[in-house]
Ligand binder design. Structure first.
Ligand code: 5GP
Length: 204
C-alpha cells in the first residue's frame, strides 16, 4: 500500500535542545530524514555545506524567494533561513517522513502551506537553564545573549500553535517522547484512511 509520508515541524528557542534531540534520534533511526535548510548565515565551526545547511549569499537567497523555491522562509537573528520546497514535498509524496527544524515564523507558514504537517515544540525546563545552555555554547556576546533570551520568550509564547510539546529536561525522556509522537502519528486514521480502505477493497 502506498502511504504518503509525514511532515514533522520542530521548533523551540535556541538552547532548548531541539538540535540535540534530533541528532540523537537520527543516529539510530533511519525512519525519517532531516531536511537541510538554505541559509545566508556564515558556517560555524565544523558545519558542512549540504549537511548542516546550504550556505548561500543574500542575493542568491533573494533569487530563490523570487523563484518560489521555498516552502517557508524567515529572517532569524539578521540572517535568512528557508526550507527547499520541491525536495521536501516530493519526499513526503513518496512516503518518506521528513523533519523540519525551523523557527516559529517558518512553522506558521508551513501550517498555512501544508496544514497536514505535525508541529512539535521543544521547551527548556526553565529560563535560567536556557540561559546557561546558551552561555555554554560560547558564541554569544552580552548583547546577542539578551536578544536570544527575549526572542526565546517570544517564541515560547507561540507554543499554542503547535500540536505537541516536549519539556527537554532529561534527554533520554525527551527522545522517548519524540519517538512516541512519530509512532502515534504514523498510526493516525485520518491521514491514511483512503489508502487503507482502497487496499482492503482491492483485496476483497
Ligand atoms: P542556527 O543559526 O542556530 O543554526 O539557527 C537559528 C534559528 O534558525 C533556529 O531557531 C532554527 O530553528 C532556525 N532555522 C533553521 N533553518 C530554518 C529554516 O529553514 N527556516 C526557518 N524559518 N528557520 C530555520
Amino acid at each position: 500500500m502506498h502511504k504518503k509520508g509525514n511532515l514533522f515541524v520542530v521548533s523551540g528557542p535556541s538552547g532548548a535542545g531541539k538540535g540535540t534531540i534530533i541528532r540523537e534520534i537520527s543516529k539510530n533511526d533511519n525512519d525519517f530524514k532531516l531536511s537541510v535548510s538554505v541559509t545566508t548565515r556564515a558556517p560555524r565551526n565544523k558545519e558542512i555545506e549540504g549537511v548542516n545547511y546550504y550556505f548561500k549569499t543574500k542575493e542568491k537567497f533573494m533569487d530563490m524567494i523570487e523563484n518560489d523555491e521555498f516552502l517557508e522562509y524567515a529572517e532569524v537573528y539578521d540572517n535568512f533561513y528557508g526550507t527547499p520546497k520541491k525536495l521536501v514535498l516530493e519526499a513526503v509524496e513518496k512516503g518518506e517522513t521528513i523533519l523540519l527544524e525551523i523557527d516559529i515564523q517558518g512553522a506558521i507558514q508551513v501550517k498555512k502551506n501544508y496544514p497536514e504537517g505535525i508541529f512539535i515544540f521543544i521547551l527548556p525546563p526553565t529560563m535560567a537553564e536556557l540561559k546557561n545552555r546558551i552561555i555554554e555554547r560560547g558564541s554569544e556576546t552580552d548583547e546577542t545573549l539578551k536578544k536570544r533570551m527575549l526572542s526565546a520568550f517570544h517564541e515560547i509564547s507561540y507554543m499554542e500553535k503547535y500540536d505537541y510539546f516536549i519539556i527537554n529536561d532529561v534527554l533520554e525522556d525527551s527522545i522517548k517522547s519524540f519517538k512516541s509522537i512519530i509512532k502515534a502519528e504514523k498510526c493516525r486514521v485520518m491521514a491514511n484512511v483512503k489508502n487503507l480502505l482502497k487496499t482492503y477493497e482491492e483485496e476483497l
